[in-house]
Every structure is written in C-alpha cells, then in structure tokens.
Design a protein around this ligand. Structure first.
Ligand code: ADP
Ligand code: ZN
Length: 435
C-alpha cells in the first residue's frame, strides 16, 4: 500500500529545510519564554544567556535545562507563558513516578498536538474509512483526548471508549468492526487475552492495526499482541509536559519512532554531566517545544533513556527517529548495586514462553536487598505439581540471572492472579522507598 502522510511537506522535508524551520521557531520561542516566564528568565539570567544569544539550533546548548523538579517548584502557574484567559485546557501526568504535573494548552497548542496524533494514525495506515477505537483513559490523562483528536482529524469514525469495561470494548469492537485500536500495550495484551478466552482467533477480529504507547514495552510483547489480535502494532510516544502522545510515532518500518521535530526538538545528553551526545549515543532524551504557546518547555529532561537515528527510513519520512525508550532513569532499580530495568525482565519472560503478567518486588532485609519476581504460569504451562513448579522456577531464575547478573527469587503464581492493567501497568513494588 502506498505510504500516506498527514502533512507530507513537513514529514518528508529535507534535513536542511527542517533545521532552518526549527531555528526560526527556536529564536521566536526563546524570546516568548524569556518575556513571559519569570521562572525560566531567572534560569537564563543565572547562566548569563540572553535571547539575543540564540540565533538558531546551534545555540540551543547554551540554554539551561528544565527538570521535573522545576515543574513541581513552579506548580501550578509558574511556567505558564500565556494569560490564563487564552488557555482552553489543562491535562495532567498520570503520576507514575510521583506528584502530578499540570500542563496548559491554548487552542493552537491543542491543534498542533492533534495534528501530531493524526500523523501517527496515518503512519499506521489509518484513513477516513477506518473505525478507530480509543481505549486510552480519557480525562486528565493525555492518551484519550490526544488520540481522539487525531482520529477526528484523519476523519476516522471515532469510538471514544476510554479504558476499562473490557466486555464492552470487545462488544463494540466486534459489532462496529473497529479497525484501529489505541490503548496502552498492557491493556492491548489484556484485551487480546480476553478475546482469546472468548474463542476469537486473529482472523475473527476486525482490527488491522494498533497504536500502543504511554509505557515501555518490549519487542517480544509487540509480537505477542500482533499474533493474538492479528494486527500490526505501532508504538507511539509522548509525555504530558510536551503535550501528550504523538511526540513521536512509528511507521511501517517499525524500527523506532519518528519525532515530530518541527514541533519538538530532541537532544540526547549524558544524564550525569548534561553534555550533549552525538547521534547514535545512548542517553537521556531532552525536548524543546519549538512552537507551543501556553506551556513551552525549553530543554526539558524527560529522564527517558534512548538513542536517536537519522538513518534513511523506507517510509519516506525524514523526521529523526528515536529508539523505543527502554526505561527511565528513575525506572531503573539498583538492586544489590546492579542496575536492573523492568524491560530486561520482560524480555526474558516472553522469550521463556511466559506472558507479560509479572510483578517485581524489591525490599531490604537486614541491609540486604531482596529481589522477587512473581510471574503467572500461562494456562498451557499450568501445573500444581510442586516438583514441576520448582523446576520451572529454577529455570526462569537462571535465565534472569544470565540477563541481569543477579539472582532473583522467582515465584510462579496461578494464572490470572496478577492484577491486569487498563492503563499503565504497575510492574515494580519497591518497598525500600517506604522506609
Ligand atoms: P507519568 O510521568 O506520570 O507517567 P505521562 O503520562 O505524561 O506521565 O507519561 C510520560 C512517560 O511515559 C514518558 O516520559 C515515558 O517514560 C513513558 N512513555 C510514553 N510513551 C512511551 C512508549 N511508547 N514507550 C516507552 N515509554 C513511554
Ligand atoms: Zn519511517
């Protein structure tokens, strides 16, 4: 099928033209922020940078960073760059890693955000002939409203389901022949599992594509969802601080997500030193909003760890690509001194034939970290014979040790005993923080 673009001119623009566009926008944006956001003006003054020093993208590195701590300090209005009467919406983070952050939008900001989501839907093969089921949460969380807006822009028949009520999701999907499903990957896996239990195979399900994001997920999980639902599953990335989902989206090549870099300029930095790293290096992703009006964050540190690439993409888009972020700097667990990302554990589980239904429990007993991984036995592996369970636990523990370098205590639990998620899954219970 021929590639479809929502905004072809931008999505396939040459690198030189894109940089020129970004530079023009940046110069204006820095002035807008300096004039209207005393909080950031102070940071710039402290660093001795003035708007006149910024002539283009090449000067971006001179600007100070913003972090989640700044957002909390400035809560709620301290980073607002437009009068409240010009704002039409607020959204808020899901609070995965602590207190919530609120973000403000003018109508232009909403338009820009919805355009980004429309680009994502069209890159996943969506057209006005599609029925798009949006099963991300609606409300303060950006998932539902963002994809809903994008779906309207493409002209899809939009089913604003929100998350939850899985029986009803399935009924609408089947009765109204939904062709695109948008939700978190953990909810997609749950919907898939429920469909399977109800006897539906991939050929019975009307879906052709899924747009899944808002949380980390592995390639193994992608393959599982694609097989169960009989679809192509596309990744989508975003965060409330920059608008919401649609900051980056996957195309048919499925090798990373194109960043909507006409709106969000991406840098990769060394999280320890703040130094900007060259293309291809792994580090912390930093975004600068080039044209948002109400909540325009400059050099915002996402804490997401990933890699950027400008390799030519077969879809024809020239937008820079980011690898799937495999965890945040603050997702990383340090257990007995070893760095552990939940995504590593998920990869091992799926490779060993388990489902992504697991929970990691970390605690500290007598000054030593304990590390447990509770995993559901898939129905087809289910047994209640103690010696078999012990053998399976041992073999999984060995596979995890090989990946992580430390030994977890693996507990296999009965199918369906780990809570399913309709939004972002809770993978880690770190009891050490409670002390
Ligand atoms: P919270 O920080 O409370 O979770 P958000 O709902 O704004 O707030 O979530 C944004 C974060 O979600 C991102 O910074 C990133 O860590 C994660 N995220 C979003 N999309 C993806 C994705 N496709 N893959 C991995 N992580 C993602
Ligand atoms: Zn592409």
């Amino acid at each position: 099928m021929a590639q479809q673009y929502y905004q072809k001119e931008i999505e396939t623009m040459s690198a030189e033209e894109m940089r020129k566009l970004q530079s023009e926008k940046l110069v204006k944006q820095v002035k807008h922020v300096y004039d209207n956001v005393p909080y950031y003006r102070n940071l710039m003054d402290e660093k001795g940078v003035r708007p006149e020093d910024i002539h283009g993208i090449e000067d971006l590195h001179k600007l100070p960073f913003l972090s989640k701590a700044d957002l909390r300090d400035a809560y709620p209005y301290g980073l607002l760059a437009k009068p409240l009467e010009d704002c039409v919406r607020i959204q808020s983070t899901s609070g995965t890693t602590g207190r919530r952050v609120v973000a403000f939008y003018t109508q232009k900001d909403i338009d820009l955000w919805e355009d980004c989501c429309a680009r994502a839907i069209m890159a996943a093969g969506g057209t006005k002939a599609d029925v798009c089921q949006v099963a991300y949460g609606y409300g303060l969380f950006t998932g539902g409203p963002g994809l809903n807006g994008g779906s309207h822009r493409v002209g899809c028949l939009t089913l604003p389901m929100s998350s939850g009520n899985t029986e009803r999701q399935i009924q609408f999907m089947m009765d109204l022949k939904a062709s695109i499903l948008c939700c978190t990957p953990s909810y997609a896996a749950y919907i898939g599992e429920t469909l399977k239990e109800q006897g539906y195979g991939p050929d019975d399900i009307p879906l052709k594509a899924g747009i899944f994001g808002a949380e980390p997920w592995t390639e193994e999980m992608r393959r599982g969802i694609e097989e169960t639902l009989g679809i192509k599953a596309y990744d989508i990335y975003g965060l409330t601080e920059t608008s919401g989902p649609g900051v980056a989206f996957e195309c048919s090549e499925q090798t990373g997500m194109h960043i909507n870099e006409d709106h969000f300029y991406a840098e990769i930095i060394d999280p320890e030193t703040g130094e900007v790293l060259p293309e291809g290096s792994k580090g912390e992703l930093v975004f600068t909003s080039l044209d948002k009006e109400a909540f325009p964050l400059l050099r915002y540190r996402t804490r997401d760890i990933c890699v950027l690439s400008r390799k030519k993409c077969s879809c024809g888009r020239t937008l820079v690509k980011m690898a799937k972020p495999m965890g945040r700097t603050d997702d990383m667990l340090i257990i007995r001194g070893v760095n552990v990302f939940p995504s590593q554990i998920e990869t091992v589980l799926l490779n060993e034939g388990y489902q992504p239904n697991y929970q990691i429990v970390v605690d500290r007993v007598k000054n030593t970290d304990t590390f447990e991984v509770n995993v559901e036995m898939p129905p087809e592996k289910f047994t209640d014979k103690v010696s078999d369970i012990l053998t399976m636990e041992k073999s999984l523990a060995n596979a995890l040790k090989a990946m992580l370098g430390i030994n977890p205590a693996v507990h296999l639990v009965a199918p369906k005993t780990i809570a399913r998620s309709e939004g972002k899954a809770v993978r880690v219970v770190d009891k050490r923080k409670l002390v």
